[in-house]
Design a protein. Sequence first.
Lengths: 217, 46
Amino acid sequence: MLPALAVVLFATAISLIFFWVPDDAEDPAQRIFYFHVPIALTAYTCFGWGAWKALRVLWKRDERADVESYVAIHQGTIFGALTLATGSLWAKATWGHWWLWSSRQLTLFLVLFLFYCAYFMLRFSVEPGPRRANLSAVYALFGVVLTPVSFLAIRLAEDFIHPTVFTRDGPQMTASMFTTFCIALAAMLSLFATFYSIELAGKRIDSRIRELRELLS
Amino acid sequence: MSEKYVAAADLVVFVAVLVYVVIIGTKLTRLETALAELVERVRERG
C-alpha cells in the first residue's frame, strides 16, 4: 500500500512541478524548491521520529524502539545528504556558488548532518546490547535539539541570502505553488515511510536469522 | 542554463532512490540465502 501511494504521489508531484506551476521570473531554477524543501523537512521528520523512538528506549525500556530509532536516523541522514546536494545545485544556479559559509542556515544544516553521521560511529563502536541502545538513544535525543535550531536559523540569520518562504503571514507563494509543494512533501514523507518499513522489516528478519543460527549451533 | 541544474537535482534524487533500492535488493538476496542455509541445517538435524 505504502509503495503504491509513494509512486502515485511522486508521479503527481513531478507532473505538477513540470507542467502546472508557473515559472519564477526572478529564479529560473526555482523548481528545485519542490524537491529541496520537502526533502529537508522529511530529514527533520526522520530525526524527530528517531528521537521519539530513542525516548521510548530510555523511558519504556522498549527494545524494538532501538532499531526503529536507528533506522529513522539512517533515513534522516540519507535525506540530509540529499538536502545538501539539491541545495548546493540550487545555490549554484541562483547565487553562482556551490556553497556559502557565510549562510548560517547552510552551515547549521551541515553541522546537524555531520552530528548524525557521528551517531553511526558511536553506535558501531559499542557492542550490541542495552549499553549501546542507551548511548545511541541519548545521542539521538541530543541531536534533536539541533533540529529546531537549524530550522529557525533561517529566521535568525542576518545575511538574508537563503530565501524565507514561510513567514508569520503564511506561505509566500501562489495557490498552485503551495498545492504542488504540499503534494511533493506528501510524496517525500511517503517515500520515507516506505523505506523505513522496508529497512525495519529487513533488520528484524536479520535479527531473527541470527537468533535461529545461535539456537542451531 | 538553469534547466541543467533542475535536471541535476532530479537526477540526484532519482539516483539516491535507485541506489537505495539496489542495496535493499542485495540485502534481501543475502537474507534469502541465510534463510535457505538455516532451513537446510534444520532438515539435516531431522
